[in-house]
Ligand binder design. Structure first.
Ligand code: 5AD
Length: 353
C-alpha cells in the first residue's frame, strides 16, 4: 500500500486546512497522481453505466437518505417492466455498456420478477447488468446471479461501527461487510463505497474507511460527498467537502489501480464541474441516470440527485459532451474491472475450501 494510515490522515486534514485558507486554485498533487494512475490503466477511455432507478420503495431508515421509510413527503413509485425496458433501450442507444438497476432496499418486490427483468435485458442487449438493491438473503443473490446479473453494488457507507449504527438504525457495518463478501463469493463483480463528510465522520474514520475498502479486492469502488436532504434528520447538517471527496477518491485509485471508480453524481451536486474533477482525480466511469422523466425527480436520495422535467437522454448527452470537451473518450463496451485476480482470489475462495 503506497500510503500509510498516518499519511492519509495528514493529507485529509491538511486539505481541510488549505480549503479554510481559500486555496482552491489548483488540484491537489495527489489528485493529479491518481488521474495519471487511472490513465496508465484505462487511457483516456471512460466507461458508461446507465442507471435506472426503478423503484423508490425502501424499508430502511438511514438518517442521511431521502428514500428512508419515515419520509412521508416522498412520492413512492415502482416502474413497470415495460417502462424499465424502454429506459434500457434509451440507455443502450445513448452508448451505455452497462445497465445498473437500482432501488431502495425493500423486501416488497418478488425477487423472481427482478430475475426475469435481468434475463430479458440480457437476452435483448449485449450489456452487463449491475444490481444495486441493498441487502438480501443469499438464495436471492444466487437467483439474480443465475438470471444473468454480472455485478452488484452494495455501499458500506462507513466501516466505523459506532457511526454506522448511529446513521443506519438497526444495521451494522459488520453485517454489511459480510454481505459484500457473500456477493464476491457468488461470483458477482462486486462494488462498494462510502459517503465522505457524513456528520460525525472524522479524517481518522475516513482514512480507516479507505484502508478497509482497499483491503477487500473489490472490482468497483465509490466515494460520494454527503449532501443534506431537508426531509431527513440530517437536513441541517453541513454537506461534505469537494476537496475531501476528491482526495478520498484519489486514495482509492492509488490503492486499487485496476478498479472501476465512478465520478459520482453527488460531486456534481456540489460543483458544476464536480464529475469532471472526479475523472481528473482518478475516476474512470460515469453513471448517468436513465430513469424516465415522469418519476426521476421523485428518486430523491439527496437534493440535486436527479433534475426533474428534462429528458434523461438529453441530460446524459450534455454530460457526455462535457466529458469529451475535457479531453476524455467515451466507450460503449461493458468495461469489466482490471482488478488483478490475485487480490480477488482470497475472498472468492473463502468458505469454499
Ligand atoms: N448524500 C450523499 N450520498 C447519499 N446516499 C444516500 N444518501 C445520501 C446523501 N444524503 C448514497 C449512499 C447510497 C447511494 C445510493 O446514495 O451511498 O448507497
Amino acid at each position: 500500500m503506497p500510503y500509510s494510515r498516518r499519511e492519509i490522515i495528514h493529507i485529509l486534514r491538511s486539505a481541510a486546512f488549505q480549503r479554510a485558507k481559500g486555496d482552491r486554485s489548483r488540484a491537489h498533487p495527489l489528485c493529479e497522481e491518481a488521474g495519471q494512475a487511472a490513465r496508465t490503466v484505462f487511457g483516456q477511455t471512460i466507461y458508461q453505466r446507465g442507471v435506472i432507478e426503478f423503484s423508490s420503495q425502501c424499508d430502511m431508515a438511514c438518517l442521511y437518505c431521502g428514500l428512508r421509510l419515515p419520509n412521508t413527503r416522498l412520492d413512492r413509485y415502482t416502474l413497470s417492466h415495460a417502462d424499465v425496458l424502454h429506459a434500457v433501450d434509451t440507455a443502450v442507444q445513448c452508448g451505455m455498456g452497462t445497465i445498473v438497476l437500482q432501488s431502495g432496499q425493500t423486501a416488497q418486490p418478488d425477487p423472481a420478477l427482478i430475475a426475469e427483468l435481468v434475463s430479458v435485458i440480457k437476452s435483448r442487449h449485449r450489456v452487463a447488468v449491475t444490481l444495486s438493491l441493498g441487502e438480501h438473503p443469499e438464495d436471492v443473490y444466487r437467483l439474480w446471479r443465475d438470471s444473468g446479473a454480472d455485478r452488484y453494488l452494495l455501499k458500506i457507507e462507513t466501516t466505523d461501527e459506532a457511526l454506522h449504527q448511529r446513521l443506519r438504525p438497526g444495521q451494522t457495518a459488520a453485517t454489511r461487510l459480510r454481505h459484500v463478501e457473500r456477493l464476491q463469493r457468488l461470483g458477482f463483480e462486486t462494488g462498494s463505497g462510502i459517503i465522505s463528510g457524513l456528520p460525525g465522520m472524522t479524517p481518522d474514520i475516513l482514512a480507516e474507511d479507505l484502508i478497509r475498502l482497499s483491503s477487500l479486492g473489490l472490482e468497483m469502488l465509490a466515494v460520494g460527498p454527503f449532501i443534506p436532504h431537508p426531509d431527513t434528520p440530517l437536513g441541517h447538517s453541513s454537506r461534505g467537502c469537494l476537496t475531501q471527496a476528491l482526495l478520498a477518491m484519489a486514495f482509492l485509485r492509488l490503492q486499487n489501480r485496476g478498479a472501476n471508480i465512478p465520478a459520482t453524481s453527488a460531486l456534481d451536486s456540489i460543483s458544476p464541474e464536480g464529475r469532471i474533477l472526479g475523472l481528473q482525480a482518478g475516476a474512470n466511469v460515469i453513471m448517468p441516470s436513465f430513469t424516465p422523466d415522469t418519476v426521476r425527480g421523485a428518486y430523491s436520495i439527496y437534493p440535486g440527485k436527479n433534475r426533474p422535467g428534462s429528458k434523461a437522454a438529453d441530460i446524459a448527452t450534455a454530460l457526455q459532451q462535457r466529458v469529451l470537451s475535457a479531453g476524455f473518450e467515451l466507450t460503449n463496451i461493458t468495461g469489466n474491472s482490471k482488478t488483478p485476480l490475485f487480490s480477488r482470489l482470497p475472498r472468492m475462495l473463502e468458505g469454499t475450501l
